[in-house]
Design a protein around this ligand. Structure first.
Ligand SMILES: [Zn+2]
Ligand SMILES: [Zn+2]
Length: 222
């Protein structure tokens, strides 16, 4: 059992109401999908793994985790998604996973578990190196990895990923003021199109630096 899982297990068993089969579900989600990425809620599979007989029990269990902030549920394009984000927020708040450069050798895992993990943070890797790492991925490669992993991440979580932080850094290096009015106050990055979502680093022209005010205008005018 991995160290992280062990920490959760201990924490969860502090809680008298929680049962082993419930924990098994979490581990199931954790293993089957990418840790911290949103995974599509597969009710049938979950019930199977937890030996839950009816949907009502499953809902009760999910509500329990929801109330205790162990999981987050979100409605996505194709249904309901569940994530374990909150577990890391609540239980391992002080030990955010760090980008591990050694993992670069396994590019797939590095991309999905670290670069696109909303709770992962850069360690003392230089800004230049971060850009280098992100730029080393080709559009084709990212597409393949994401398709392969049935990867899903909602937009709010995407904005927290190390990947997006690098994109913001590149854009703000290029333009240190609003590209509409020149203001330097509260700069945002705005997507002109989402056609290349998840490989923005290859299509920087899809993005524009705007101040908060111009950004608001942009959204109300469209
Ligand atoms: Zn502006
Ligand atoms: Zn925008």
């Amino acid at each position: 059992m991995e160290k992280q899982e062990k920490i959760w297990l201990e924490k969860l068993f502090d809680d008298k109401d929680i049962k082993l089969k419930h924990f098994k579900t979490l581990i199931y989600i954790f293993k089957e999908y990418n840790f911290n990425a949103y995974a599509k809620l597969d009710e049938t599979k979950m019930m199977e793994v937890c030996e839950i007989k009816n949907k009502k029990t499953l809902n009760r269990m999910l509500n329990y985790f929801l109330e205790n902030k162990y999981i987050k549920l979100k409605i996505g394009k194709n249904g309901l998604y569940v994530s374990l984000n909150c577990i890391t927020d609540n239980i391992t708040r002080n030990s955010k996973p760090r980008i591990n450069i050694e993992k670069l050798k396994d590019r797939e895992d590095f991309l999905t578990e670290q670069l696109f993990n909303p709770t992962c943070v850069w360690g003392n890797i230089t800004k230049q190196k971060r850009i280098e790492i992100v730029n080393s991925y080709t559009e084709k490669e990212i597409k393949e990895i994401l398709d392969n992993k049935k990867f899903y991440i909602d937009y709010d979580s995407f904005l927290l990923t190390p990947y997006w932080k690098v994109i913001k850094q590149i854009l703000k290096q290029k333009h240190n003021s609003c590209q509409r009015c020149g203001s330097k106050y509260k700069l945002h990055i705005h997507h002109l199109t989402y056609n290349h979502h998840f490989y923005e680093h290859l299509f920087l022209d899809d993005l524009i630096v705007l101040c908060e005010k111009c950004h608001q205008n942009e959204h109300t005018n469209n």
